[in-house]
Design a protein around this ligand. Structure first.
Ligand SMILES: C[S@@+](CC[C@H](N)C(=O)[O-])C[C@H]1O[C@@H](n2cnc3c(N)ncnc32)[C@H](O)[C@@H]1O
Length: 236
């Protein structure tokens, strides 16, 4: 089945849980970024129904591969509807982002990373820290939901990275934001796009240590369990 047909199905069949799925503006921006940067290896943290995954796949270079990670397996239903060629271009890892980043994917380096799993501050801090390890010069990191009401964690992580970058004379990242005040679509919740300029191992180690210290200082927030996520995704 064609990717855009599956995307329409996802929208039609999941009206009740749609808020968890990327909105049209986010999908359009992702496609735009994929088209201009032509990444070969793409990583998505948080697949859900696969709206973001399939939007990126639709425009990604034919020799590219998308790795997408989620503890839930709602995506499998739509994955099965893909044709054989498209299926080969997606590797769905049905596991936690911690497991995937520190074990299954620890040997891969990515051209494009879309961070969109758990939105608690500590979770994003960890996902971003682990993702940075798999970056190289030129990698694009996109953080979703920088302005999602009630979830300031993404914004905090972006700000921490910007401060570190500023201290390093802006030599680490270029970044630009898609803000809700500029994109006047009701479901759009903000995106930050960061392009790694230069991230040698010793700088990564410093960032890693800073993030671990912040993680240690901030009071514990228990990320939702797999069961809680399943209940939540059914009832939205
Ligand atoms: C906002 S949705 C992802 C939306 C998707 N990227 C899209 O574009 O439509 C967040 C997803 O992250 C998953 N998730 C949350 N915490 C996770 C974790 N620790 N490891 C893996 N997946 C997680 C949830 O199960 C949920 O499906």
């Amino acid at each position: 089945m064609k990717i855009n047909t599956i995307l329409s199905r996802i929208t039609q069949e999941n009206q009740h849980i749609a808020p968890w799925s990327s909105d049209l503006s986010t999908a359009t921006i992702l496609k735009f970024l994929i088209q201009i940067y032509s990444p070969r290896s793409i990583l998505e943290l948080g697949t859900f129904l696969g709206y973001g995954t399939l939007s990126m796949l639709e425009v990604a270079p034919s020799n590219s591969k998308i790795y997408t990670v989620d503890v839930l397996n709602n995506f499998l239903k739509y994955y099965k509807q893909l044709n054989q060629i498209d299926k080969k271009r997606i590797l769905f890892l049905n596991q936690s982002t911690d497991q995937a980043l520190s074990s299954s994917l620890s040997h891969v380096s990515f051209d494009f990373i879309f961070v969109d799993a758990d939105h608690l501050f500590k979770s994003i801090l960890r996902d971003t820290r682990n993702s940075l390890k798999l970056c190289k010069s030129g990698t694009i990191i996109v953080l979703h939901d920088t302005e999602l009401p009630g979830f300031p964690g993404v914004k905090y992580v972006v700000n921490i990275l910007k401060v570190i970058n500023y201290i390093c004379f802006s030599s680490l990242f270029d970044s630009f934001s898609f803000r809700t005040k500029d994109i006047k679509q009701k479901d759009f919740t903000g995106l930050e796009v960061m392009r790694v300029k230069y991230l040698p191992r010793f700088i990564y180690n410093i960032i890693n240590t800073i993030f671990i210290c912040i993680d240690f200082i901030i009071p514990s927030q228990n990320p939702p369990t797999k069961e809680e996520l399943m209940t939540y995704s059914r009832h939205r």
